[in-house]
Design a protein around this ligand. Structure first.
Ligand code: NI
Length: 169
């Protein structure tokens, strides 16, 4: 288990498209463990392998208050999406920026779990938001790319300022 470095927007590696996992072998199980460690340490509610510069279709999520309900999704596919919700999102790759994004209210997702077993999951609310946000990462898309150019620009300025302040400290 290890805590991995997290890429920060606008790092071009965040735009790489992740490849499907062929088999959930030991290396994939190790990756899931490392992503979970990294997400809990950050702390965050979700993390995609892309954010740690590993370009495989693997995401981890935990939206529980107790932080002990780890959900790992390998090769996730959304089978159905309906409804609409506006939710203020953040991202470990875009620290300090929180903006509302419009997403589906409910999703039905199919994936492999950490043992390689296929399962389906119906999600709504925060969990549905999280699944859609993390699956975007696997397609090389960061949540600020859902925003208007004006808001996205503001987010980039904010990130630059943070980085400058960190460099000066
Ligand atoms: Ni994110």
């Amino acid at each position: 288990m290890a805590i991995l470095p997290i890429l920060e927007y606008p790092d071009p590696r965040l735009h790489r498209i992740a490849a499907p996992v062929a088999t959930v072998d030991e290396s994939v199980k190790t990756l899931i463990g490392d992503l979970a460690d990294t997400m809990y340490a950050a702390p965050g509610v979700g993390l995609a392998a892309t954010q740690c510069d590993v370009h495989q279709r693997v995401i981890v999520i935990d939206v529980s208050d107790t932080r002990d309900q780890l959900l790992a999704l390998v090769n996730p596919v959304i089978l159905r999406a309906d409804g609409e919700q506006l939710f203020e999102e953040g991202c470990l790759s875009v620290p300090g920026v929180y903006e509302e994004v419009k997403r589906a209210e409910h999703v039905l997702v199919e994936a492999l779990d950490r043992e390689g077993q296929r399962f389906t999951l119906e999600a709504s609310g925060l969990l549905a938001v999280c699944i859609q946000h993390e699956m975007d990462h696997l397609m090389g898309k960061v949540f600020v790319e859902h925003l208007s150019p004006l808001k996205r620009n503001r987010a980039v300025q904010k990130l630059r300022k943070r980085r400058r302040e960190r460099a000066d400290a």
